[in-house]
Design a protein around this ligand. Structure first.
Ligand code: 5AD
Ligand code: FES
Length: 349
């Protein structure tokens, strides 16, 4: 205990630990350490963001994907996946509905679907921005070229989410087919950063072949890259993937890491993810209580919700957008937090 409390103190004071210290912080964790970290994380977040939880309206625009990541339910090789793609008109309708509900950030997320080339996607982004100039548009559409990211930025995209998935090149190879490259993933994150996007990275907790060492590398990566956003949630197996027999990541470790990440990078926008709410009915609440400050209600049309199945038993697939937002608002209220629908930009303090 002595040792771990020393590490926690060092982290809280300097927002940094060495790789081996991060590994030890994970390796030797216990309930007592988690509780202390949670307290420090909540206090740190409170100073910057108060008790406000930002909402982002998630629009799942396509489950068509050219990639074949071993963990993902919408991977190209999954023949059981019922494919769909929203039309540009449907995407604009979703964002208008979201706007009426009070959302001021839209996240367009989808597989790597060639239909959404620069022309098509750029026109959608421009239209959302001209119809709702007070809104932020976040894209989460995978790896694209520098030119493409630059063009989309010029159309008005503000933010981009691209999880790095793992900071270990060796681990990355175990999660992806040979055609995919860790170097390119990292290059994409750097390109996005250099273009002036607010950038989000992130990883799954408990992904197959993850170790405390690879997690320590993830934490070091976050410490150095200082992303504006960081998405972490438990890995959850999907029945039609090569990883179907692996077990899911835990609520306990995910919450522990949320607290650690808050201390590493205090202003980071940190979602309590849908995956966390899927492995435990109180997952998102516990995520917020561990230091997260963002939730992402689903704004996708009801007809496609079940089809965007990255993992088994995903929640929020049967509720209307308004219901989903109200549900989260109530959940946050119950634990003493308030959702706010402002753009919720990163606070560089
Ligand atoms: N379990 C949890 N998260 C997953 N993702 C993909 N598949 C799964 C899964 N089986 C995450 C990846 C991806 C993000 C959109 O969803 O980290 O970057
Ligand atoms: Fe989506 Fe509860 S948050 S239904």
């Amino acid at each position: 205990m002595q040792k771990i409390s020393g590490l926690i103190e060092k982290l809280a004071a300097g927002n940094s630990l060495s790789l081996s210290e991060y590994e030890s912080l994970i390796e030797n964790r216990n309930d007592e350490a988690a509780k202390i970290l949670r307290g420090l994380a909540v206090e740190t977040r409170q100073k910057i963001y108060g008790r406000e939880v930002y909402v982002r309206g998630l629009i799942e625009i396509s489950n068509i994907c050219k990639n074949d990541c071993f963990y993902c339910g919408i991977r190209h090789s999954n023949k059981n996946c019922d494919r769909y793609r929203l039309t540009p008109e449907e995407i604009l309708e979703c964002s208008s509905e979201g706007y009426e509900l009070g959302f001021r950030t839209f996240v367009l997320q989808g597989g790597e679907d060639n239909f959404f080339n620069d022309e098509v996607l750029g026109s959608i982004v421009s239209k959302i921005k001209s119809q709702h100039p007070d809104c932020a548009v976040t894209l989460s559409l995978g790896e694209r070229s520098f030119k493409s990211y630059a063009y989309l930025k010029s159309c008005g995209a503000d933010r981009y989410l691209l999880r790095h998935e793992t900071a270990s090149k060796e681990h990355y190879k175990k999660l992806h087919p040979a055609e995919m490259s860790w170097d390119n993933r990292i290059k994409c994150l750097q390109d996005l950063r250099s273009l002036g996007y607010q950038v989000g990275c992130g990883f799954m907790v408990g992904s197959p072949f993850q170790s405390n060492k690879t997690l320590a590398e993830d934490l070091k990566f976050i410490e150095e890259f200082k992303p504006e956003m960081c998405g972490i949630g438990p890995f959850i197996p999907h029945k039609d993937t090569p990883f179907k027999n692996f077990s899911a990541g835990t609520l306990e470790l995910t919450c522990y890491l949320l607290s650690v990440i808050r201390l590493i990078h205090p202003p980071v926008l940190l979602p309590a993810t849908t995956a966390l709410g899927t492995i435990n009915p109180m997952g998102r609440e516990l995520g917020i209580l561990a230091g997260a400050n963002v939730v992402m209600p689903n704004l996708s049309p009801l007809s496609v919700r079940k089809k965007y199945e990255l993992y088994d038993n995903k929640i929020c697939t049967g509720e209307e957008s308004a219901q989903c937002k109200n549900c989260l608002a109530n959940r946050m209220k119950k634990i003493g937090y308030e959702i706010v629908t402002s753009r919720g930009d990163f606070k560089n303090f």
